[in-house]
Design a protein around this ligand. Structure first.
Ligand SMILES: NC(=O)c1ccc[n+]([C@@H]2O[C@H](COP(=O)([O-])OP(=O)(O)OC[C@H]3O[C@@H](n4cnc5c(N)ncnc54)[C@H](OP(=O)(O)O)[C@@H]3O)[C@@H](O)[C@H]2O)c1
Length: 307
């Protein structure tokens, strides 16, 4: 099978032929339909994540897959060959950017029907992170006022849709070109961050989902109501500064969880979508990594190994 892999941090990933692996006990072999590229993949590639996700080389990157079960190891029940699945692989092991991937059976989730199978891979980490932030780190409920920063990015867009589905009143920031897109996700007000300051227009917010960081974090403390919460995805926020302002600030560190991913799949069946930047083959891997690392992707880059 073809894999996309690299042998040293920072080296451009390249396609290599490897023997197709066999599913051991408790595992299945999946024929990959789609595998989504995440900021985490480029951060691992740059060598920034060694403390959290040490890897061994050669490393086949990628955590988010959709595909069909090709074969089943001993002791796996409830699944059959041909079943369509989504799953998140352990970042330290990777393995998604390949024609076939080994998946532990306890990480398998039935693919939602709502999107083409290859594209569904794009909601795995994105949806899991948004769900974890909204419903595990917080308890989003109908009527809450929620501000999502970076709402046109994949995590922000999914968080916007999940919060809207939960009945929250969602405010958002995005660049001018994305204002209509974010309105289409259900946000009641979208602030063009390049031309307006959100803190001049908003107050009494129950929850801020910050997918941007930097000065956006500090400025967000001003729009939260007393006792409100900020949840950051790029890096841990300054919790002490938040406490001084009478609010709570915390980081969401997304971890794979098949039950949570099952909830995300249900949200996709209820209409939640992920924006597609482009679908590429494994041979375009080096360009795709560079595009993602430069921050140019408008949505998810999906690898389709058959291309
Ligand atoms: N902690 C975790 O477990 C976890 C999990 C998943 C992702 N993450 C992190 O979460 C972050 C977001 O991920 P993503 O995939 O959604 O990223 P992304 O594709 O980079 O999207 C970020 C979005 O933010 C917008 N943006 C940039 N500056 C802004 C500002 N000042 N105000 C409002 N919007 C702004 C960008 O718009 P323009 O491009 O138009 O400027 C873009 O639409 C990344 O840092 C990622 O590494 C963390």
């Amino acid at each position: 099978m073809k894999t996309l892999e690299y042998t040293v941090y920072g080296k451009a990933p390249a396609v290599v032929e490897r023997p197709t692996p066999q599913a051991a006990a408790g595992e299945v072999l999946v024929k990959v339909a789609g595998a989504a590229l995440n900021p985490l993949d480029t951060k691992i590639h740059a060598g920034y994540m060694t403390a959290f996700f040490p890897v061994t080389f050669p490393y086949v990157p990628g955590t988010d897959i959709s595909g069909t079960i090709e074969s089943i190891g001993d002791g796996v029940s409830g699944w059959k060959t041909g079943d369509e699945i989504i799953a998140r692989l352990d970042p330290s092991k990777g393995g998604a950017f390949a024609e076939f991937a080994i998946v532990p059976a306890d990480q398998l989730v039935r693919a939602p029907n709502a999107l083409p199978l290859a594209e569904i891979a794009g909601l795995v980490t994105v949806g899991g992170t948004a769900w974890q932030a909204l419903f595990e780190e917080h308890a989003v409920a109908s009527g809450q006022r929620i501000l999502v920063h970076g709402a046109a990015g994949p995590v922000g867009a999914f968080a916007t849709q999940l919060a809207v589905q939960a009945g929250a009143e969602v405010f958002a920031t995005a660049s001018a070109a994305d204002v209509d897109y974010v309105h289409g996700l259900g946000a009641v007000k979208v602030i063009d961050y390049q031309n307006s300051r959100f803190e001049d227009e908003l107050s009494d917010i129950d929850l801020v989902i910050d997918t941007v960081g930097g000065d956006v974090e500090e400025r967000s403390l001003k729009v939260l109501k007393q006792g409100g919460t900020l949840i950051a995805t790029p890096m841990p926020p300054d919790a002490a500064r938040a406490r001084k302002a009478g609010v709570e600030a915390k980081f969401v560190f997304h971890r794979s969880d098949a039950v949570r991913l099952g909830h995300v799949a249900e949200c996709a069946d209820h209409g939640a979508k992920v924006r597609l930047d482009r679908i590429v083959g494994l041979y375009e891997g080096a360009d795709a990594f560079a595009r993602q690392a430069r921050g140019e992707a408008k949505g998810k880059i999906i690898f389709k190994p058959q291309l």
